[in-house]
Design a protein. Structure first.
Length: 256
């Protein structure tokens, strides 16, 4: 859920030679293919009440605060996944790109405490004592497991939805934001040209890497992207409904 992950860290990655031709290279790039395959899911995500009400300023404070807390938890795990991605990268330019991305993810997480959490009266104790929601736990577990266990191309596909879907949904929210929106400061984080340039850079990176990958790897990349996109949907849906762990799973109730 990073809105401005690379706003201050743009690294230009030069073009690299394609080692061999992918079986779909004549038709479309990997990014074009994966976006078309998951277009319906993206449209459902855009239509979620959280995103629509955020744009028109009617989103409940409870839902927004739930989202901010879970997003801060998420960013730490996302930073770790990006760091592992950097370690597995094929070349030095990609190492720089994703190492800096991991750094900025943590910087953004810390900045939440000094801005939105203070503005919406979320105390440090409340944040630290709020566990990851089911959706956040699922998403962060998927990212870290993929980062440690999969190859570089598959990791790229897993982390791409957080960049790309946020950028596209952000454009819609910014363009349709109501006047005097209480969440305008948050919405403005979507609007930065630097973030969209950074997303473009990540897309170019995954297309370059996919072009040198075999068919089995490409299929795993598609699977990883789709699962990440599904978890993006789940994260917003969970925030809107302020979902938490079922009370029946508390230790003292299980032991009785």
């Amino acid at each position: 859920m990073i809105k401005y992950l690379l706003d201050s860290t743009l690294v230009i990655v030069p073009n690299h030679k394609i080692l061999f031709k992918s079986p779909w290279a004549d038709d479309m790039s990997f990014s074009q293919d994966v976006w078309q395959r998951n277009l319906a899911l993206y449209e459902k995500t855009l239509a979620l009440p959280f995103n629509q009400e955020l744009a028109n300023g009617t989103l409940s404070k409870a839902a927004f605060c739930h989202y901010v807390i879970q997003d801060a938890h998420y960013l730490v795990a996302y930073g770790r996944a990006l760091a592992v991605c950097a370690a597995k990268a094929f070349d030095a330019d990609d190492i720089i790109l994703f190492t800096e991305s991991a750094k900025v993810a943590i910087i953004v997480e810390r900045s939440l405490h000094d801005s939105f959490m203070q503005e919406f009266n979320i105390s440090k104790d409340e944040f630290e004592n709020t566990p990851l929601s089911l959706a956040c736990h699922h998403y962060t577990s998927f990212l870290t497991a993929t980062a440690w266990s999969e190859s570089y191309p598959v990791i790229l596909a897993a982390i791409l939805p957080c960049f790309w879907i946020y950028a596209e949904i952000g454009k819609g929210i910014v363009n349709n934001s109501s006047e005097n929106n209480p969440y305008q400061a948050w919405i403005d984080t979507y609007a930065g040209e630097e973030f969209n340039l950074a997303v473009k850079q990540v897309i170019e990176t995954i297309d370059r890497v996919a072009a040198r990958s075999d068919a089995d790897t490409i299929e795993k990349m598609h699977q990883a992207y789709t699962r990440g996109a599904e978890l993006e949907w789940l994260f917003w849906e969970s925030a809107y409904n302020t979902r938490t762990w079922p009370t029946g799973l508390k230790n003292e109730q299980i032991n009785n």
